[in-house]
Design a protein around this ligand. Sequence first.
Ligand SMILES: Nc1ncnc2c1ncn2[C@@H]1O[C@H](COP(=O)(O)OP(=O)(O)OP(=O)(O)O)[C@@H](O)[C@H]1O
Length: 582
Amino acid sequence: MRFQRTPWVIVLAGTALAFVPQLGLPAFYDSLLYLMLHWVVLATSWNILSGYSGYFSFGHGAFFGAGIYTSANLMARYDWPFLWTLPAAAGVAAVLGVALGAVVFRVKGVRGELFALLTLAITFVIGTIVVNTPLDGGNGVSLAAVPVPKIGPTPSATFYLLALAAAVATLLIAWAIQVSKFGAGLFAIHDDEDAAEVLGVPTYRYKLLALAISCALAGVAGGIHALFLSYVTAGDVFTITVPLTVVLMSVLGGTRHWAGPAVGAIAITGLLYSFTAADHAVAGKAMIGVILIAAILFMPDGILERLRRVWKRAPAMPVPTGPTPVSEAPVRSVATAGARGDVLLRVEGLSKAFKGVRALGGVDVEVRRGEILGLLGPNGSGKSTFINVVSGHFAPTAGAIWFEGRCLNGLPAHRIAGSGIARTYQIPRPFGHLSVLQNVAVATMFGGSARNPAAACRQAMRWLEFTGLEDKAGARPDDLNLHQRKFLELARALAARPRLVLLDEVLCGLTPSEIDDAVALIRRIRDQGSTIVFVEHVMRAVMALTDRIVVLNHGELLAEGAVGDVMHRPEVMTAYLGKAHA
Ligand SMILES: Nc1ncnc2c1ncn2[C@@H]1O[C@H](COP(=O)(O)OP(=O)(O)OP(=O)(O)O)[C@@H](O)[C@H]1O
């Protein structure tokens, strides 16, 4: 296992900072440092869901508030010792988050601004419930009689040490997630959730887990803050201030790095305090606004990302250090569970309708192991819908899909990917913020055999060599031309070691020489053991590659057989060229 320096740096820095109260500084500094660390916890915990996966939450105040009220009530009403209330605060906040996520994350339409608005609404709903129940009762909860545990030499030092411990734990968790397979999945969700799911990322489970961790940490921060405030009111807690502040801190520091929100939290809290101390609180707030506008204009990815670019360091997801492992092992054949020529995929009566539009109307198709099957038909005949339904992107309206004898109906797309089916998109859908190598590494991690990001990058490099993209490993997808983006799409599909690859118009938009390259590559893909379903309009490539073709028209099977035979049938010519030509 590779030695990881970062967690040791975090722990050592935390240990060193634990000696600050011994310096005998005025209590003011303990409080300032407490607040800095408090915001480090809140901003970093927010970032675990919202920065990594892109689900911008405005509900962090609700989970923070849940932590505050859990601790406050347990201490004030039930005399729980303060430290015991912290796990309860974390638990209540996490349960609330999971209950929300379990519903919201199932609805595909609730993403982006809708998710942000919904989480904001939850804050006000929970705030209203708290005010109108004995949890607050409209009078707030006083903790003046609750003793502060003697952890530090003074109460203010105690709060500082508690926040320091919470901040160290939060940063360690944020770092561990970022460098793990879980983190890679969250970053993929951030860029294209549907493409991530089709590559095998269990998106629902990952979002739920990220939300639970994020809420639990916010709950702990709330529990500590309840005693720090010593008097809590719902009017102060369930506001938009907390979510707005953590968003600003994270965006300023950088949302794609575990340390970004901490940098933003320290910068903003420090600035606000220095202006307040000099009796210029209003000027301080205005200054923060100006800094944020400047940061958004000139450092849209945050301070940390800008610094990293200056130092030319690696991007968020880790890549192996040292020289790139070129051809560590040849690309091995895909393990096959049956004999060549067996039925690999069978669809029976497959139908799909979109609000009255019948895209597929009861199609029966068999794909045999080891073949290249061309899926042809005029525009709008249902070819892409076929791929979308088989890969789990859409659920069928009717019919059954059998793969290696197993029914795939009802399985989520990531489970279908896990069973050995990969696909490409007609318009490439790379993860835009990840490098070319990282794009492929996500597939090796979730569909292939790589256990961790470093092993995934080594395997991914081999697939880049296979597709001729090894020189582009460190580039961003935006820097690739269409030909290279299509090959990246292929490398990503292959990296999951599929037994069936569904190719949706990979040749569309390529020049004749690029088509020749792609045809040769597709042959190599078959040679290393994958079966291919190939949707294509370029007849030259269809002739050169396919063993058999299936022609769809108006969502129905029109003809199937050898390409030379089928394309000359009158009904096929009519479907393609119209009656007059035929
Ligand atoms: N998400 C969707 N919502 C509504 N209608 C859709 C959707 N996807 C496809 N359709 C409709 O289903 C029909 C089949 O579309 P599909 O994209 O599968 O055809 P195709 O054969 O792949 O066409 P092309 O060769 O142009 O890509 C079309 O009428 C299309 O408008």
